[in-house]
Design a protein around this ligand. Structure first.
Ligand code: ADP
Ligand code: MG
Length: 242
């Protein structure tokens, strides 16, 4: 079993503190949802934990099985077992998805001899068009295709923990179901731990959270069970963040 621990994390961008002391412990196989109003710091939290450039950490720690993630560049955090699905997946002209996955396998010392077959099997599982595997990463893909593409990478790379930053943004209902079910399956099959950032209870119907946290103004102001997401649907954030 693995554990991702975020302790007293205070961080932001130069000149602006956005996260005001985040504490969160995520174990293998668990799904924790983070909900909260726009501008609360949800994407900042995902970027700081993954090591996206541009953020400043003032204090606190992020560890994965005791390894100090904050001391590592993003690619080493990925090798340590962390994976981020960005709210807006990056377009990378000239770079193909299968090449990216092959490089990631090699950097992890994993055997690539059956990779092509693994890609075909995983693509079928989430209804991802194989023709897109040989196109430039995310270039001119629809919102749904981009998130299926990201989910395909997650399924193949089998990280210990995944952060999904609004996996549901820009997705139609079928794509949302395919992606969410694949991630939910990974929590069962591979013991994946998930931090899912979302505004909508719909995603959480597929990807059933063990814990729901409400993030407001850079702090977790409330944590509870899945019923907290339903409560939000009726009360909105106003009732919970005061
Ligand atoms: P959320 O994902 O919860 O909507 P964000 O983490 O994206 O919130 O942003 C939190 C706050 O920090 C917002 O007020 C946002 O405008 C600000 N912010 C985030 N990143 C930057 C940046 N690179 N430059 C300026 N402001 C930023
Ligand atoms: Mg965001």
């Amino acid at each position: 079993m693995s554990t991702l621990i975020i302790e007293n994390l205070v961080a932001g961008i130069p000149g602006k503190q956005i996260l005001n002391g985040i504490n969160l412990t995520l174990n293998s196989g668990e799904v924790h949802a983070i909900m909260g109003p726009n501008g609360a710091g949800k994407s900042t939290l995902s970027g700081v934990v993954m090591g996206k450039p541009g953020y400043v950490v003032h204090s606190g720690s992020v560890t994965l099985d005791g390894v100090d993630l904050l001391a590592l560049p993003a690619w080493q955090r990925a090798q340590a077992g962390l994976h981020l699905i960005l709210q807006y997946p990056t377009e990378v002209p000239g770079v193909h998805l299968d090449d990216v996955i092959r490089e990631a396998y090699v950097s992890r010392g994993r055997d690539t001899s059956t990779l092509d077959a693994e890609i075909v099997a995983e693509a079928a599982r989430i209804h991802f068009d194989m023709a897109l595997v040989e196109r430039s990463m995310n270039v001119d893909l629809s919102g749904g295709e981009k998130k299926r593409n990201e989910t395909l990478q997650l399924a193949l790379l089998k990280p210990k923990f995944a952060i999904l930053d609004e996996l549901d943004s820009g997705l139609d209902i079928d794509a949302l179901r395919d992606c969410a079910r694949r991630v939910e399956a990974a929590t069962q099959e591979d013991n994946l731990g998930v931090l899912v950032i979302t505004h909508y209870a719909r995603l959480l119907e597929e990807l059933r959270p063990d814990v729901v946290h409400i993030l407001a103004a850079g702090k977790i102001v409330k944590s509870g069970g899945p019923e907290l997401a339903d409560e939000l649907e009726t009360t909105g954030y106003a009732g919970l963040t005061q």
